[in-house]
Design a protein around this ligand. Sequence first.
Ligand SMILES: C[S@@+](CC[C@H](N)C(=O)[O-])C[C@H]1O[C@@H](n2cnc3c(N)ncnc32)[C@H](O)[C@@H]1O
Length: 365
Amino acid sequence: MTSEIAAKAAFDHIRYAQLWEDADVLTQALGDCAGGTLVSICSAGDNALAMLTLDPAKVVVVDLSPAQIACLRLRIGAFRNLSHPEFLELMGARASTQRAGLLDRALAGLDPDTQTFWQALADDVALYGAGGVGKFERYFRIFRTRLLPLVHSKRTIDAIFETRPLAARQAFLDQRFNTWRWRLLLNTFFSRFVMGRMGRDKAFFDHVDGSPAQHVARRIHHAAVTCDPAENPYLHWIMKGTHGAALPMTWRAEHFEAIKARLDRLDIRPGALEAFISTGEKADGFNLSDIFEYMSPDTFAQVYGDILSAAAPGAQLVYWNMMAPRRMPPQYAGRVRTLTQTEDRLKAIDKAFFYSDLIVEEVTA
Ligand SMILES: C[S@@+](CC[C@H](N)C(=O)[O-])C[C@H]1O[C@@H](n2cnc3c(N)ncnc32)[C@H](O)[C@@H]1O
């Protein structure tokens, strides 16, 4: 089975060097998976690693892009060969002057293709961290270094991350942050044209409705007011180029040893998710990232049905929408239950504020 998006977008470079989907939300949505088989889209690999904390028998990791698979392989080497503080330095969560050496150590013992791939990126890794070298992160970097300084001072940017009560967060957004310059920047930078050119492949906007800038403004309210920015690693990276005190789940010290001890439960299968379906295996949970949004509604409905055929009863499907609405196609209503309460609870705490919707569905038959 071919994958529609594979034919449209080029996958020869790293698009996402870190996962911009909240693994705290993902793992809570998947629930109790101990001993089960999980399937994850790889992307940069962080969320497949986070799924190991659920103590599954295995996590099957798929991705159409060899570059994205290489991101996971690097992390495996880094978990094996580095200490936790070194891991954070290599990835770019923390400032570092020793990333070249850390990269060499992380690559030791990995396959030659992964080594060659990352050695070619060594200069960028030294500058930005291994989590900063994707196209998506480059787009944020241009925003942060060239455009944001035209709009806000460093003092205002730093002030975003001071902990304050909800009403004070609203006041900060209204009075200090949401200036006319900021609104102009938002409308320009998040225009379809610029996002297509710099952030995402233009093919990814084929099915998206509404203006990206309007969407981003709504999501900024979620990240800056509804949630506490001081606890948001994603916002911190975008605004300051590293993480602050808050880290994404997979990168936190508390999970380092558990993930490291379970790395051999990863079953990496480069290629389309659709290939897993044809093996006849059944999975108890799926992390589907936001891949459905990249498909036409018809293809989505077909792939969704195929996934159901590879799902064990009780399996959870977890996925996001950024701008295009994708939820269970109506013809599957008898076989799937939407876990609305779980969705609402988790949407309220989702720190990756890009997404307009989080979907958690349970396969009943
Ligand atoms: C859909 S993108 C979204 C990335 C995400 N928002 C993030 O923060 O990383 C994630 C990955 O899905 C992969 N992908 C898309 N469609 C796929 C498919 N049908 N099978 C396997 N991988 C797929 C892409 O190669 C990409 O690396």
